[in-house]
Ligand binder design. Sequence first.
Ligand SMILES: [Zn+2]
Length: 431
Amino acid sequence: MLDLLIKSALLPEKGYPVDVGISRGIIVDVSEHIKEEAKYTIRAEGKVLFPSFANMHTHISMSLLRGLGADLPLMDWLQKVIWVLEGEFISPEFVRDGALIGVAEAIRSGTTLFMDMYFFEEAVAEVAERAGIRAGLGFGILDFPTRVAKSPKEYLQRARGFIKAFKNHELLFPVVCPHAVYTCSPDTFRRSFELASEEDVYLHTHTAETQSEIEACLEKFQKRPVEHLHAMGVLSQKTLMAHVVWTTEEERELIRESGAKVLHCPESNLKLASGIAPVSDYLKRGIHVCLGTDGPASNDNLDMLEEMSLMTKLQKGTNLDASAMDARTALRIATEEGFRAVGIKAGRIEVGYEADLILLDVQKPHLQPLYEPISQLVYSAKSSDIDTVICKGKVLMEKGELKTLDQEEVLSVAKRWKERIRDFLKSKIFT
Ligand SMILES: [Zn+2]
């Protein structure tokens, strides 16, 4: 008996509908007519089956700050808006409620794994567990005190406890997150890396995001950010670097040799005027590139379909070459490469792969006629065309309806926070 059977779905690679059988979260059969019974069956006539997305860099709880401080560059946005609001409001409750809104959005737009980096990640875990979505829970580490900890030593102690609590979970895994070279000293970076190595978990950080970061790093350490990470010994196959917009040839070789992964966030990099990462060059060199949205306050959404489309077009436009990144490559980066970066065998519709899947409803004027499902997913589809989302064999959304979260609850949580945050902002203006 199968756990889940998807009947008559169109596969992008095949011109005819197939059935997909799933057992214990794994794809066990992909064939024309599966006769085996299933506990649950989804009829997928007229829909195309794709792998689901892996959003490899976000701060999901920042959905509560979405829309604030738009049109500011990174440092102004952080110092004048984000850090002020976080200083006032950050708490387990803020993180949990922000994650609830973000996870609902992520599922609706076809994501089944997100790599998070923030504070009070226990609260993100609570929401992810309830939703049945995969998450890399990144314990943020800084040199300066916040409501989470007073010193780097205390952050690291708490991170160690956090790792112990979330190791060996089915869908969640702990990650060590020294924030960036401009917020963490070499000592903090080294200790973070030691902790990640001892516990055999990933290290996730922000790297080479803006030109001003490069200049400050050169001034302080006489090295550019990637060189600085290399010199501290923190580049490894388990190092995940978000952004990586500004790099020299030498730095690109350091990344390639170390096996560190690049988490590309094109939309955030454009909105904060940080620049455009040379990802087609990274790919040519054999660097492992994944895709992320960054936090929903700097994007301003968690829409991986939009991110994927933007990624390809930026590479075509900046290289003046329409073949600089094709749709198939973009889809692979947004799906399989993300899962693979953290050791999850998903992102393909093949027997033996984990069942992380979406169904796209193509019975819409903007998706017809349907000739090339992959290029039409990347260039024509909208995330609202995503009809069904499956994470490790569990149905999280079907026919556009969330199965594990209550959308009404999500909207009322957002409304409550909007009032609190708006009142605070008003009081700031008048004092
Ligand atoms: Zn970020």
